[in-house]
Structures are given as structure tokens and as C-alpha cells.
Design a binder for this molecule. Structure first.
Ligand SMILES: Cc1cc2nc3c(=O)[nH]c(=O)nc-3n(C[C@H](O)[C@H](O)[C@H](O)COP(=O)(O)OP(=O)(O)OC[C@H]3O[C@@H](n4cnc5c(N)ncnc54)[C@H](O)[C@@H]3O)c2cc1C
Length: 289
């Protein structure tokens, strides 16, 4: 095992920089080690969760009972095969997008600034600026809970707006195959630069966060609803609704998960009162309060 630790603070592994200790934290070194670890957990009834880059997670202050399995550096291989790119689950989307650019392949530009792993991106059907994983995913290699390893098509993952069937079915993503198309490297680079510039201008990237806190309600923009409800800058402990982009809850220093949750509930309450819309969190919450 590459890394195997007990009582590992999850704040070290989430972009929110929040989260109590996981009973066990492991970074397997190979698919075989990963499968063995999952089989031990399944066999002993120990709960486990797969961690990617921790960029969409709010882990409770009480931490995580069970085992957190991080697919990190040992699962970061990226391979180009004609117009396709195959990437292991732990590879960062930014690295996959850079590889696409290097090989003059178009279609990954929307993902270049999303700070997650391939596995997390499939789980969330991550998307931005009019593109989403669903548009480019051809197939994925999956580990099922019974230990079987199989390749499934994108359709079989039932990708929807920030959802898939990966978590509900207890699946683990091992790798993904993206179908891209040949493009002009200069145009691809210019598009990435433009989108990343827009991110920098609009998003509070200087603070820890987990990205957009809420899903976009149909027919509305979460940020605008939050702003209209007077929540910009609203603060609970170390958690604040960003003044730069109201769709983001940021950690302004030593926020607890409870601060974030209390703030989320207050924003939901005020937005519901103001506009009649119930905001649904996009960030995944896990662990003990
Ligand atoms: C500043 C910022 C900007 C962001 N912008 C965007 C954006 O534009 N668009 C967007 O969609 N998202 C955005 N996000 C959110 C986040 O980056 C994405 O949701 C990303 O896809 C999550 O990937 P991850 O590897 O960090 O997943 P994690 O946070 O590690 O995990 C998310 C969920 O996926 C599960 N999971 C992770 N890997 C696997 C695997 N291999 N197999 C099975 N389950 C797995 C985890 O158990 C967890 O439930 C942003 C986040 C930040 C901090």
C-alpha cells in the first residue's frame, strides 16, 4: 500500500480544507491492491468511500467511520489512442485537458479549469460553459461491488445534470475513455485561456471552497437567487457566501462543517422565502456531524 494511515484529518484532502478524521485513509498502489482493499471492506462490513481530488466534498467535523480510499498518483496515467484519450480515475481533468491540447484534440476545453479527478468528474457528470462529461465520454472501466471489473458505455452510467448511477450502485470508476476530435491547437489553447480567465474573474479561487454550493435550479441561476435574497457576504463562523460569486460558500479561515451547513440552511431558507425556490446542494456531504 502506498499510504495507509489511521485517524487521518480529511481537511488535508478536501479543497474546502474542512473535515474531521477518517478512521482509515489508504492510497492503493495498483488496481489489484484497490480491489483487495474493497473486498476486505465488503467482507468485513466496513464502510468505505472512494476519494478523488476532494473538490466537491464537505466532510463532517466528526470525520468518517470506515475507510477512505484515495485514487491518487498511482491512478493518474493518461494515454492517447488516435482521437481518444484514456485516463485513469485519479488523473486530474486539467492534466487530461493539457494532454488533449498537446495532441491537437478538441472537446476537453470546458473541463480544463475544473479542479477534480476523472473519477469524480464521471460521478458528478462535471460540466462548465456549455460542456459536460456526457458529451465526450465513450466508456469507463468500472469495479462493481461484487468485485467484477467491466467496461460500460457512457449511456450505462445514466449521466444527468450533476448525477450518474455510480454512487447509487456503489460502483468505483477505474478509468475513462474520452472521444475527442482533431482541432487546431491554437484555437484549443485560446478557448482554454478564455474560459480559465473567466473563472479567475468571476470565482473566488483565492479561498478554499468546493465550487458551486448549489445546483442550478431549472429556469434560474443559483447565484442570482442568493444575491436577490440578500445573502451575499452572509457569514456563519468561518463560512461565508462569497461576495465575488454568491453561488460559492468559501472557507475564510478555520470554518467547520457545521458552519457551512448552518450557512447553507440559512441561504436555503432565505431564498425559499424570497423566491419560492428550494436550492439543492451540489456539494456531496459525508461523514459524522
Ligand atoms: C474552485 C472550484 C471550481 C469548480 N468548478 C466546477 C465546474 O465548473 N463544474 C463542475 O461540474 N464542478 C466544479 N467543481 C466541483 C468539482 O471540481 C467537480 O464536481 C469534480 O468533478 C469533483 O471531482 P473530485 O475528484 O474532486 O471528486 P471528489 O470530491 O473527491 O468526490 C466527489 C464524489 O465522487 C466520488 N468519487 C470520486 N472518485 C471516484 C471514483 N473513482 N469512483 C467512484 N466514486 C468516486 C466520491 O466518493 C464523492 O462522492 C469545482 C470545484 C471547485 C473547488
Amino acid at each position: 500500500m502506498h499510504i495507509y494511515r489511521t485517524d487521518e484529518p480529511m481537511k488535508l484532502h478536501t479543497t474546502f480544507r474542512i473535515g474531521g478524521p477518517a478512521d482509515v485513509y489508504a492510497e492503493p498502489e495498483s488496481a489489484e491492491e484497490l480491489m483487495e482493499l474493497i473486498s476486505v471492506c465488503e467482507g468485513s462490513g466496513t464502510p468505505y468511500m472512494i476519494l478523488g481530488h476532494g473538490s466537491n466534498l464537505l466532510v463532517g467535523d466528526g470525520g468518517i467511520r470506515g475507510t477512505v480510499i484515495c485514487l491518487g498518483k498511482a491512478f493518474a496515467e493518461i494515454r492517447v489512442d488516435g482521437d481518444c484519450i484514456e485516463a485513469q480515475a485519479g488523473a486530474l481533468l486539467g492534466a487530461v485537458a493539457s494532454t488533449a491540447l498537446e495532441h491537437g484534440l478538441e472537446g476537453m476545453e470546458f473541463a480544463s479549469g475544473i479542479p477534480g479527478s476523472v473519477g469524480g468528474a464521471l460521478v458528478m457528470n462535471a460540466g462548465a460553459y456549455g460542456g459536460e462529461i456526457k458529451d465526450i465520454l465513450e466508456s469507463a472501466e468500472i469495479l462493481e461491488t461484487d468485485g467484477s471489473r467491466c467496461v460500460v458505455t457512457a449511456e450505462e452510467l445514466e449521466l444527468g445534470y450533476r448525477t450518474s448511477n455510480i454512487l447509487p450502485l456503489g460502483r468505483t470508476v477505474l478509468s475513462a475513455r474520452f472521444r475527442l476530435k482533431p482541432g487546431d491547437p491554437e484555437e484549443i489553447a485560446a478557448k482554454m485561456k478564455d474560459l480559465n480567465g473567466r473563472r479567475k474573474d468571476k470565482q473566488p479561487l483565492e479561498y478554499p471552497s468546493a465550487g458551486s454550493t448549489f445546483k442550478r435550479p431549472e429556469g434560474y441561476f443559483a447565484g442570482k437567487l442568493i444575491e436577490d435574497a440578500g445573502c451575499k457576504g452572509l457569514t456563519v463562523g468561518g463560512a461565508r457566501v462569497s461576495e465575488k460569486h454568491a453561488g460559492f460558500v468559501i472557507n475564510i479561515g478555520d470554518a467547520t462543517a457545521k458552519d457551512v451547513l448552518d450557512l447553507i440552511h440559512e441561504v436555503q431558507r432565505r431564498v425559499l422565502e424570497q423566491s419560492g425556490v428550494m436550492l439543492e446542494p451540489e456539494i456531496k456531504m459525508t461523514g459524522e456531524p
